[in-house]
Design a protein around this ligand. Structure first.
Ligand code: HEC
Length: 241
């Protein structure tokens, strides 16, 4: 056996336990309906985020007035500002990190770039996977973030879920069942969390929208330049042929 073959075999053998570990968590992630071109969805997500998440989390790389990039006006942004904040302020948490740590055991992390750290499908699934667990101090737990410190702040909207295990060909898979309805229907709740996830992805890289716009402008410019250069070439070679 030559050296390359041996190396391949080694890589293959090493990846088997890695694959097993990846499956063991049993976390099936749902696909997040992310569409950065949908300003209406991004705006709904921004409103939901500022109203429901900034109580504990900050997004200190994000300024309120950047919301103009997703089509909001000053008049629409102003009612979202907390006391003492200006349009140019960054998004700060209402609760200070020390009291939050005392209350929840862990300080709520800054969410500015959380979508880049965790991935959009993880966020979309996490925010819909809280379930009732009397063993936890907050009374709830999360199917993809076991023993999470965050209380289920979305219970009034989503309702209460219970965790069940289903047996599929010898594997126990986690299944969440809605046992008490919330103020939103399941499809409505999913759509709301979809908008929120869309916003979190946008916030992780706000200039992406601007970058892709510039990209189109550059391509358009190159196209026009090509047409002009071609016309010029024809003009110059006209008498030679
Ligand atoms: C009552 C306070 C509170 C509110 C309100 C709250 N969170 Fe949390 N959140 C926490 C705490 C505390 C943690 C840390 C959990 C841990 O590490 O165990 C956390 C963790 C998270 C995480 C996981 C971060 C990571 O990767 O470790 C995400 C994502 C998150 N929150 C998103 C949100 C969103 C989105 C909202 C708004 C819908 C929200 N949170 C509202 C307290 C809160």
């Amino acid at each position: 056996m030559n050296a390359i073959k041996k190396l391949w075999l080694l890589v293959l053998l090493m990846s088997v336990p890695a694959m097993a570990i990846a499956n063991e968590s049993g976390a099936q992630l749902d696909k997040a309906p992310v569409d950065l071109g949908n300003n209406a969805s991004l705006q709904r997500g921004a409103k939901f985020f500022t109203a429901n998440c900034l109580a504990c989390h900050a997004a200190s790389y994000m300024r309120y007035n950047r919301l103009k990039d997703i089509g909001m006006t000053d008049a629409e942004i102003k009612p979202m500002l907390p006391e003492g904040s200006k349009l140019g302020s960054t998004m700060q948490a209402a609760m200070d990190p020390n009291s939050a740590k005392l209350a929840f055991g862990v300080a709520p992390p800054d969410l500015s770039v959380i979508a880049r750290a965790r991935g959009q499908d993880w966020l979309y699934t996490y925010l819909r996977s809280f379930y009732v667990d009397s063993k936890r101090p907050s009374g709830s737990n999360n199917a993809i973030f076991p023993s999470v410190g965050m209380p289920n702040v979305l219970a009034a909207l989503q309702g209460e879920q219970e965790l069940h295990f289903e047996n599929h060909e010898g594997h126990a898979t986690k299944k969440l069942l809605l046992t008490k309805p919330g103020s939103m229907k399941p499809a409505e709740f999913d759509a709301t969390i979809g908008d929120l996830t869309n916003y979190l992805v946008y916030m992780g890289d706000p200039s992406k929208l601007v970058r892709s716009k510039i990209g189109y402008i550059v391509l358009g410019f190159l196209l026009i330049l090509f047409v002009l250069t071609y016309a010029l070439k024809k003009e110059m070679w006209k008498d030679i042929h």
